[in-house]
Design a protein around this ligand. Structure first.
Ligand code: GLU
Ligand code: MG
Length: 456
């Protein structure tokens, strides 16, 4: 990172001043300026807290060429512009000698002074703006699942489960509940409203749900959530992973994503005269997601490993259909007790995604469905895992891509989803993912060795 001396171009806003006051009150020593790269990896630039005012007025300069998917070396200067709404003290650092807080940043292109097009936060903001043009506010709530594994003597992650519990098991079998409690305390300290936390179906697997918020805040929250979970687990000498399928032949980890649109403070997805309590807007939105599903998949399920999760039999979706009942469908309509809670649940995203790009892809697809006034097909109420090919054909049910290569191809061929990622992030994302898939294709897996080494 290089810092430059640029003249202050104005004073502080009220919100910014409030953050500076809080930094002083809390005795914060360091500020972590956060953003995510195209792959969704959280990056930090740490500055002494006394730089806060300068960070708000001038921004903090950094070298964008060292960040995955950003810029080439010859055009590498970027500026971080902290968003004062995202100030939070990092609770797990407070026990140490110095205390830190974080601010999530937008990225500014120094040569134009405009937002950097490849900033994932900006890509999502564009999609939100598009919804806003139709008069909609976007609400999103995720259900991130993860595994807790033991570490070996040298501190490296293993795939030994941290406990032997099962779905909704209580202590004493759920040994990791102490860790989960500490994770929840840390999240609450950072302003999260935790709705529920439970042991998931697999051994060592958990889910923590937090309250819905606007799409941008929720994407910020997912990025923060992953950081907090990993940091607190590490304090307990455990490794938390959001890898979608760390252990074969048991459930993987999803990040089901609940979405609704609000218009003038009313839920635009609710219509009590509809059999499913869903409005025409909601039907079109979900039809848009079904229509673009293979391309969205490249963004919401962006790793080679993601496609080991999207197989029949483990509560993850495989087929492009929706349902008001079963969990094998791509989109589910969860039961809602009050009109404000009517929403749809996309069940295909996994927690290895870049949440900004993933929500942008889902949102662009949904808005496209609304713009084209698409009708949703009938919901499927049977267990689709049990359908044979003939029955799937009869119902006209397509399948999701079976690997990352197919998904990337679908993305490149889908104008709405691809261009929705923007001229910078779209091509960079595809380029990075093609390289990842190519590297995987030339590798030889343990399965192949076990299967063939002695046989041939
Ligand atoms: N772990 C499952 C998945 O991969 C979901 C289980 C659930 O319904 O919560 O999506
Ligand atoms: Mg779950």
């Amino acid at each position: 990172m290089t810092e430059k001396n640029v003249a202050t171009d104005g004073g502080l806003t009220e919100k910014e001043q409030a953050v500076i006051d809080e930094i002083e009150e809390e005795g914060i020593d360091f500020l972590r300026l956060q953003f995510t790269d195209i792959l969704g990896v959280v990056k930090n630039v740490s500055v002494p807290a006394r730089q806060a005012e300068k960070a708000f007025t001038d921004g903090i300069y950094f070298d964008g060429s060292s960040i995955e998917g950003f810029v080439r070396i010859q055009e590498s200067d970027m500026r971080l512009k902290p968003d004062p709404d995202t100030f939070a003290v990092l609770p797990w650092r407070q026990k140490e000698e110095s205390s830190s807080a974080r601010l999530i940043c937008d990225i500014i292109n120094t040569s134009t002074g405009e937002p950097f097009e490849g900033d994932p936060r900006y890509v999502l903001q564009q999609a939100i703006d598009r919804a806003e043009e139709h008069g909609y506010d976007v609400n999103v709530a995720p259900e991130p699942e993860f595994f807790l594994f033991k570490q070996d003597e040298d501190g490296y992650a293993t795939t030994d489960f941290a406990d032997q519990g099962g779905y909704f098991d209580l202590a004493p079998k759920d040994l990791a509940s102490d860790v989960r409690r500490d994770i929840i305390f840390a999240l609450e300290d950072m302003g999260f409203e935790i709705e529920a936390s439970h042991h998931e179906v697999a051994e060592g697997q958990y889910e923590i749900n937090f309250e819905y918020d606007d799409a941008l805040t929720t994407a910020d929250n997912v990025a923060t959530f992953r950081t907090v979970v990993r940091a607190v687990a590490a304090q307990h000498d455990l490794h938390a992973t959001f890898m979608p399928k760390p252990v074969p032949r048991i459930n993987g980890s999803g990040m089901h994503t609940h979405m609704s649109l609000f218009e003038d403070g009313e839920n635009a997805f609710h219509d009590s005269s509809d059999e499913f309590d869903l409005s025409d807007t909601a039907h079109s939105f979900l039809a848009g997601i079904l229509d673009h599903a293979p391309a969205i998949c490249a963004v919401t399920d962006p790793t080679v490993n993601s496609y080991k999760r999207l197989v029949p039999g483990y509560e993850a979706p495989v087929y492009v259909a929706w349902s008001d009942r079963n969990r094998s469908a791509l989109i589910r309509k969860p039961a809602a007790r009050i009109p404000a809670a009517s929403r749809i649940e996309a069940r295909f995203p996994d927690p290895s995604c870049n949440p900004y790009l993933a929500f942008a892809a889902l949102l662009n697809a949904g808005i496209d469905g609304i713009e084209r006034d698409l009708d949703a097909p009938d919901p499927i109420r049977e267990n689709i895992y049990e359908f044979d090919e003939e029955k799937r054909e009869e119902y006209g049910i397509e399948t999701l891509p079976t690997n990352l290569g197919e998904a990337i191809e679908a993305l490149e061929n889908d104008e709405v989803i691809y261009s929705g990622l923007g001229e910078h992030a779209g091509p960079k994302f595809v380029e990075a993912k093609k390289a990842e898939f190519k590297d995987y294709l030339v590798d030889v897996s343990q399965w192949e060795l076990d299967e063939y080494l002695e046989k041939f």
